[in-house]
Design a protein around this ligand. Sequence first.
Ligand SMILES: [Zn+2]
Length: 170
Amino acid sequence: MPGIIVRQVGLLPHHREPYDIRATYRQFMGERSWATNAATRRAMQGNRSRDTKPELLLRRQLHAMGLRYRVCTRPIPEVRHRADIVFRPARVAVEVRGCFWHGCPAHHRAPAANSEYWRKKVERNMARDRETETRLADAGWTVVVVWEHEPVEAAAARIAAEVRLRRKGG
Ligand SMILES: [Zn+2]
């Protein structure tokens, strides 16, 4: 898939439901390290990657709560954007955002070196985030944004409440 290095090099499995989060988590945390190569690590840090640790923890929590979902898939087929966690029947899309890359108001600090470069990069990400939110909302989706700094239980509870509400046709 264009722009997603992780997929191009095939380091992580593609997931289908039913999804076994524990297996993926073991693989993620296990000895078979998939990001030991410095170039790969740099590429991943600079790209929108999937299966980051906050995403895995959140997915594990949602799964434990009995929720089922799709991972890294397009909420709207015609729109190229992939959401991190998708509840299709409820039309709820979850975006897990890293505090640095997405300009968290509480934690983002521009690095001292190359600050202009980083500022522009993060601003582009934030503009894209706004655009994504608008497109999904226009198509009748609810977007739940989760910051990596959020306690996982609180984020999962927020998502579960939204999914329940939307299932009832709210
Ligand atoms: Zn933050």
